[in-house]
Ligand binder design. Structure first.
Ligand code: SF4
Ligand code: ZN
Ligand code: ZN
Length: 302
């Protein structure tokens, strides 16, 4: 197999397009595809002050690197890296350091917001409190609290948009989990716009996870690779295994799930969802209490 661009020995073939790349042509082709996704979905304006959610993993560090390159062509745009420190002993500290170092190397301002500062408890402390709820519940709690923390961080740095590194696999998993749990409405709401909510963009949404991993590897990015101690038994892992097997047997299934999610979101945007403010913390929500406050109240912490 030869690279379709330069004719050298290839190392990767995109199963969904048939394109073939060698090691030196792949990173640029990856960057070009992300740039095209941003343009075709009109994700960003040339004057954007863009907060980038950087966890320190391969996806978010790849995103920071790609966006830093793109930003060079837009002198009126500005990037700010934002990291949420959930407070997971022996895990998060290293990732926060890697995020900080990457931001520094790229000359990008870096802002960290912690669960401890925002909610008064680290995730470890909340997990202790919620003992008996099971690990699924720890991840669900973490996800809800992180979403709010990212929005708060993006607002604090005056961002006009917030970019996250969710890839095609993440999006397909979220769509299926939303359907299985009956919470697909929450995904739709997340995509909506509301006062106090920094609009989100996901430049990797149509990029398979394998491709962001290849990019991080070929660009020699230093990222955190050991898994979160709570990850082992999350529902997402089961959904991931199922979807990987289905996509292997029926290529393109993840893209189909993504487009289903986009259609549902589009339909929702046409209708009006009344967004108000949370009675306790003032964050935007369509209910009396936002989900983070509801969950913390459920643990007897509010
Ligand atoms: Fe949070 Fe679960 Fe992800 Fe760990 S695996 S960072 S607990 S969502
Ligand atoms: Zn090549
Ligand atoms: Zn609230």
């Amino acid at each position: 197999m030869k690279c379709g661009t330069c004719g050298r020995d290839a190392f990767y073939r995109r199963p969904y397009s048939g394109e073939v790349f060698c090691r030196s042509c792949y990173p640029e082709a990856f960057e070009k595809r992300v740039r095209e996704a941003i343009t075709s979905k009109r994700m960003l304006r040339p004057t954007e002050r863009l907060a980038v959610g950087v966890s320190g993993g391969k996806d978010s560090l790849s995103l920071l690197h790609v966006l830093a390159k793109i930003e060079k062509g837009f002198p009126s745009a500005k990037l700010v890296a934002v990291t949420v420190d959930e407070g997971i002993d022996g895990y998060r500290g290293e990732a926060v350091n890697l995020a900080a170092r990457s931001a520094e190397e790229l000359g990008i301002e870096h802002h960290v917001v912690s669960f401890k500062a925002l909610y008064g408890y680290t995730l470890d402390e909340l997990a202790q409190r919620g003992r008996g709820l099971g690990q699924h519940a720890v991840c669900a709690l973490c996800g809800v609290l992180r979403r709010k923390a990212l929005n708060v961080a993006a607002r604090e740095v005056g961002a006009t948009k917030l970019a996250t590194a969710h890839n095609l696999d993440d999006e397909a998993q979220s769509a299926l989990m939303g359907l299985l749990r009956g919470t697909i409405n929450e995904l739709q709401r997340e995509a909506g716009e509301a006062p106090g909510m920094v609009p989100r963009v996901k430049p990797f949404a149509s990029t398979p996870e394998r491709e962001t991993a290849l990019y991080a590897y070929l660009r020699r990015l230093r990222f955190q690779s050991n898994p979160c101690p709570y990850a082992g038994t999350s529902i997402r892992n089961e959904v991931r295994r199922f979807l990987d097997a289905m996509d292997e047997a029926h290529p393109g299934m993840k893209f189909t799930l993504l487009s289903t999610l986009e259609k549902l979101t589009y339909t929702k945007k046409q209708g009006k969802v009344a967004i108000g403010r949370c009675r306790l913390c003032g964050e935007p929500t369509s209910r009396d209490l936002c989900r983070p406050c509801e969950l913390l109240q459920g643990l007897g912490l509010l």
